[in-house]
Design a protein around this ligand. Structure first.
Ligand code: NAP
Length: 264
């Protein structure tokens, strides 16, 4: 069913992983797309395929959201567009898995910048237009890590706690103005993220497919939820911090995420 025919959506991190799966899911349902990521070839290859398969329009925008010039380029592109934006998916995100003594400071700064600052800025960039039209949807990629402190990924988990809280807080506020915000909290997903973030190999074996995230997101949108955790078991696990002390949750993560090469 082409339920989003003639609409336009913008997906950050649309060249790979969950972003590419969102692009396929919304394209299949008739939505025209603006895809943002750094790798031009990947964007163009995906855009060509989705246009041919679904007869939609796609604008691939190759730019670096962490580069002020790249970010400004996107802002200007959005300001000059005549067609309204019906959907924004703030999907581009970074993780950094490391022990405390090997943390790359420049990298954790990028995690905060992309996961928190860019997501917030883009949300407020498109929100006024949506409020004026009393319609529009913003999907922000949080994580199962949004619910608890996580050892070896403390900056990432904290950034995703921000995304969940920000999205739910703003979401309840804008709901009565006809705009929908949804925070999506996936568990481990089989994408390049795991290797980019330097995650232990165990993570790969436990990961779900990005397509499952898309299905869960679409269901949550129809139910007009403020946030959704993807998967039954992950959903149950998000309840644990309500019953266990937070220090215990942190200590558990210390155990199961311990880097394989590290003795203690
Ligand atoms: N995979 C998981 O286990 C998991 C679990 C929970 C939540 N999430 C969240 O889901 C979202 C998507 O993750 P994923 O697993 O699909 O990651 P991924 O496979 O690493 O893809 C990340 C996407 O972001 C783009 N990107 C990265 N840095 C960028 C930058 N500076 N400017 C523009 N684009 C940039 C990448 O494209 P280029 O490299 O071409 O720029 C790519 O398209 C993230 O927010 C992540 O935190 C992932």
């Amino acid at each position: 069913m082409r339920e989003f025919e003639h609409q336009w959506g913008l997906i950050t991190g649309g060249s790979a992983g969950i972003g590419a799966a969102y692009a396929a899911g919304f394209a299949e349902r008739g939505m025209n797309l603006i895809l943002v990521a750094r790798r031009q070839e990947r964007l163009e290859e995906l855009a060509g395929r989705l246009c041919a398969d679904h007869g939609i329009d796609i604008v691939p925008l190759a730019l670096d959201l962490l580069n002020p010039t790249g970010f400004q380029q996107l802002v200007e592109f959005l300001e000059q567009r005549e067609q309204p934006l019906d959907l924004l998916i703030n999907n581009a995100g970074l993780g950094h898995f490391s022990t405390c003594d090997q943390t790359d400071i420049a990298r954790v700064e990028q995690v905060v910048q992309l996961n928190v600052a860019v997501l917030t800025r883009l949300t407020y960039q498109v929100l006024p237009g949506m409020l004026a039209r009393r319609s529009g949807t913003i999907i922000n990629l949080a994580s199962r890590a949004s619910f608890q402190p996580v050892a070896y990924m403390s900056v990432y988990a904290a950034s995703k706690a921000y995304v969940l809280s920000f999205t739910e807080g703003l979401g309840i506020e804008v709901r009565k103005h006809g705009v929908q915000l949804l925070a999506v909290c996936p568990p481990l997903v089989k994408t390049e993220f795991l290797s980019v973030a330097n995650m232990p190999s165990l993570a790969e074996r436990l990961a779900m497919s990005p397509e499952k995230v898309v299905v869960g997101t679409l269901r949550a949108l129809r139910r007009r939820k403020l946030s959704v955790t993807i998967g039954f078991v992950p959903k149950l696990l998000t309840l644990l911090p309500r019953f266990l002390p937070r220090y215990l949750m942190a200590a558990i993560s210390l155990g199961y995420l311990r880097p394989e090469h590290q003795a203690e």
